[in-house]
Write a protein that binds this ligand. Structure first.
Ligand SMILES: *[C@@H]1O[C@H](CO)[C@@H](O)[C@H](O)[C@H]1NC(C)=O
Ligand SMILES: *[C@@H]1O[C@H](CO)[C@@H](O)[C@H](O)[C@H]1NC(C)=O
Ligand SMILES: *[C@@H]1O[C@H](CO)[C@@H](O)[C@H](O)[C@H]1NC(C)=O
Ligand SMILES: *[C@@H]1O[C@H](CO)[C@@H](O)[C@H](O)[C@H]1NC(C)=O
Ligand SMILES: *[C@@H]1O[C@H](CO)[C@@H](O)[C@H](O)[C@H]1NC(C)=O
Ligand SMILES: *[C@@H]1O[C@H](CO)[C@@H](O)[C@H](O)[C@H]1NC(C)=O
Ligand SMILES: *[C@@H]1O[C@H](CO)[C@@H](O)[C@H](O)[C@H]1NC(C)=O
Length: 663
């Protein structure tokens, strides 16, 4: 079969792929390396916790990160607690009244910056081999070889040092922040040891692939406790944050340090055995965890096998089109990386209420709801009080979601952060996808509070324009593309369609529950401004100048492709104009500056092409020359989907999302 008909058939494919076949396909893409990459590690992890290894299976030569969902910290503001600063944001005229937005104001630059930078995600520790002498480099190792087994989550590394082979297996526990390592070598009897080091956090927004500073030692402190002959604990205190790294081992050894002027500790063996087993667990608690190496390896095998054998699977092995292999590679690697990297480190590691649709919705579309349920709808519920407070402060009803948010829901100051609106209907998208898979009253009840609060805000945000007799969205606001003047952006096309979709879901939700539907939801849904068009094409917003004649408007996120590529056809009101969708897609194809596009743009464009009956174009977008990935499946840049966004790996979950039709 060729790729194209296969992609078209995907939505109706029901044929089960056997466990044996899944294993064969997955393992055929096991990642193999013989030297370090300068920009990406090989990772093991579980979505709440991830470990980035270099060629040694640890972090001997490349300080890749150990990150956890719990690993957030704050710098101490220079002038006392930030709550004393009375952050005021910025007032902007909004339909005849002054509304306060969480936008930086020039009188409060310090606190705006502090709020953006804090809390931030930490690189919790580094661990690597200590060869017992200074200056050992990667070049001193021979026969380096490494395999990441995607089917079990096992990273096997081997190399020869000083004439002796060293074999390493690195595993992550699916259920805790734990790395389990087994090391086999005669060198263990001749001084091969480990080091542990602790960096101070960065202030950069995107700090990948190397996170933290190992030379700002006086800004933080560490303390070693020897707990027993087989375990030690290193306490790390940074500004307002303290956590503990528990290390335990099987075999003879001792932990000592730190080396003067550093936070580097050394583990030395006094082994008679050629095997050393070590587990490492960072934790907010001083209490030690009892986790064994074999417990971790057994759990990891089970977790990954369950991951690959439940949920959807795409098997392109019988496809003769030469592009099928590359698509299959990306399908497999992207799923592995998405499962590991749900905890994102972009935007200072904050929760991203705009991008969560692309980051986590694919779990639902691949029928892996348990991974989605880790964060949804719990995160929206957690943010509900702050979102209600935000809406009220601005004179609206319901709940207005922020953008890059800390665990309390506080949204980092930023012009785009504060004026973007398309994250508001996301809960309806999640809710509807879940209801389609689990159409029962539990689903309805779980999402009802969040969906209702979102709908109430959306209805009250829409502004009744007396002269045109429709509800307008904005100004001020930023559309998906983020590249217009917010003070004159009114009625953005995608947002209008998404508002209609969101309110439609909210209305249906109440009907399914047998409850009264608020009249305003229906009124706004049915009387939103029409989707703006110019010359038979959909455009970015109403009144945009030079839509297809100026290069200033044909870059950024091509959200018009989302009208049909992301949203389902409208269930009520005026249908989409298919001819206009096609003409718009053709204009985008012809004129859009994709070099300024982000990873998910390609997936959205591909889904749009697929729906418009042009699978050839869909494949072209997915395999576009400026949408490329490295050997381990990380984006390499070209477009704005850069490796620098690692470890979010959001380009890839979208890449995957692109294969299944949206709602
Ligand atoms: C929009 O208006 C606000 C004041 O309401 C102003 O501070 C801001 O600079 C304006 N933005 C642009 C892009 O003109
Ligand atoms: C400290 O380390 C950083 C990298 O984290 C490096 O850029 C900087 O030059 C180092 N500073 C000193 C004084 O060594
Ligand atoms: C921990 O044990 C090692 C090895 O016995 C020793 O060198 C070190 O001083 C001890 N550290 C603490 C804090 O007890
Ligand atoms: C480390 O510091 C201690 C105490 O300041 C000192 O006694 C010792 O000589 C230093 N060791 C090294 C290797 O510099
Ligand atoms: C609804 O569906 C979910 C998922 O299938 C299930 O766990 C739950 O028990 C169901 N609830 C009811 C009331 O049927
Ligand atoms: C009301 O809508 C008309 C037509 O779209 C538009 O020209 C006008 O600017 C809108 N009024 C306000 C106050 O935004
Ligand atoms: C638009 O074209 C002008 C003139 O060719 C060029 O200088 C500018 O960089 C282009 N802008 C974009 C966003 O491509």
């Amino acid at each position: 079969m060729r790729v194209l008909p296969l992609l078209l058939a995907l939505s109706s494919a029901t044929e089960a792929v056997s466990v044996g076949q899944r294993r064969k396909v997955v393992r055929s893409f096991n990642v193999r390396r013989t030297k370090n990459s300068d920009s990406t590690p090989l990772q093991v992890g579980n979505g709440n916790f991830a470990f980035g290894a270099d060629i040694t299976g640890l972090q001997t030569f490349k300080p890749y990160a150990i990150m956890s969902h719990m690993g957030l910290a704050e710098f101490q503001p220079a002038n006392g607690p930030w709550t004393d600063f009375h952050y005021t944001g910025l007032q902007m005229w909004t339909h005849g009244r002054l509304v306060t937005y969480e936008v930086p104001n020039s009188a409060q630059n310090d606190i705006s910056n502090w709020l953006r930078e804090n809390p931030h995600r930490l690189n919790l520790a580094n661990v690597g081999f200590d060869f017992g002498r200074q200056g050992v480099t990667e070049d001193d190792l021979q026969h380096k070889s490494q395999t990441l087994d995607l089917w079990t989550g096992r990273l096997s590394s081997s190399f020869v040092y000083d004439g002796s082979p060293v074999k390493v297996e690195t595993w992550a526990d699916p259920d805790s922040d734990t790395i389990a390592v087994s090391i086999n070598s005669k060198l263990l009897k001749r001084g091969l040891g480990l080091f542990f080091d602790f960096p101070y956090p960065d202030k950069e927004k995107f700090n990948a692939p190397f996170v933290g500073h190992f030379n700002l030692t006086s800004k933080h402190s560490t303390l070693l406790d020897n707990l027993s002959s087989n375990s030690a604990r290193i306490k790390h205190a940074l500004d307002a944050t303290t956590y503990y790294t528990h290390v335990s081992w099987r075999g003879q050894g001792k932990m000592s340090g730190p080396t003067n002027g550093t936070h580097r500790y050394t583990f030395t063996t006094s082994q008679t055995s050629t095997q050393l087993i070590v587990t490492l667990s960072p934790s907010p608690n001083a209490q030690e965890r009892t986790i064994t190496y074999s417990g971790v390896t057994t759990a990891s095998r089970t977790w990954w096998q369950t991951f690959w054998t439940t949920g959807a699977f795409i098997d392109l092995t019988s496809v003769t089109d030469p592009r099928a292999h590359l698509l299959q590679l990306r399908i497999i690697l992207s799923q592995y990386l998405t499962a590991i990297n749900s905890a994102s480190n972009g935007w200072h590691g904050k929760f991203h209420l705009e991008m969560t649709l692309w980051h986590t919705l694919p779990f639902a579309r691949w029928n892996r709801f348990p991974l989605l349920w880790r964060s949804q709808p719990a995160t929206y519920e957690q943010f509900l009080p702050s979102a209600v407070a935000r809406a009220r402060m601005q004179g609206y009803g319901g709940a207005r979601w922020g953008k890059m948010s800390d665990p309390s829901g506080r949204s980092a100051p930023g012009e785009i952060n504060a004026l973007l609106i398309w994250q508001q209907p996301h809960p309806m998208y999640f809710a509807e996808v879940e209801y389609r898979a689990h159409p029962n009253v539990s689903t309805l009840r779980r999402w009802d509070g969040v969906v209702s609060a979102a709908a109430e805000f959306m209805a009250s945000y829409a502004w009744w324009n007396q002269s045109s007799g429709v509800y307008d969205l904005g100004p001020p606001m930023y559309p998906v593309s983020e590249n217009t003047n917010p003070n004159c952006t009114r009625n953005p096309t995608f947002e209008l369609a998404y508002w209609r979709f969101g309110l439609e879901v909210a209305v249906r939700w109440k009907e399914r529950l047998g409850e009264a539907v608020p009249a305003e939801w229906v009124a706004v849904r049915d009387r939103l401004a029409p989707l703006p068009m110019v010359d038979g094409t959909y455009v970015v917003y109403e009144g945009i100048e030079g839509m297809w004649t100026s290069n200033a408007t044909t870059n950024g996120h091509p959200a018009m492709a989302g009208l049909y590529g992301l949203l389902p056809p409208p269930a009520s009101g005026k249908p989409l104009d298919t001819e206009a969708l096609k003409k718009t897609a053709a204009k985008i194809r012809e004129l859009w500056a994709l070099k300024y596009s982000y990873g998910w743009d390609f997936a959205m464009l591909a889904m749009n092409s697929l729906r418009l009956g042009d699978p050839e174009q869909a494949v072209e977008y997915l395999l576009h020359p400026i949408f490329q990935f490295d050997d381990a499946g990380y984006p390499v840049g070209g477009s704005r989907g850069k490796t620098g966004h690692w470890p979010t790996s959001w380009e890839k979950d979208v890449q995957v999302g692109g294969f299944l039709p949206a709602l």
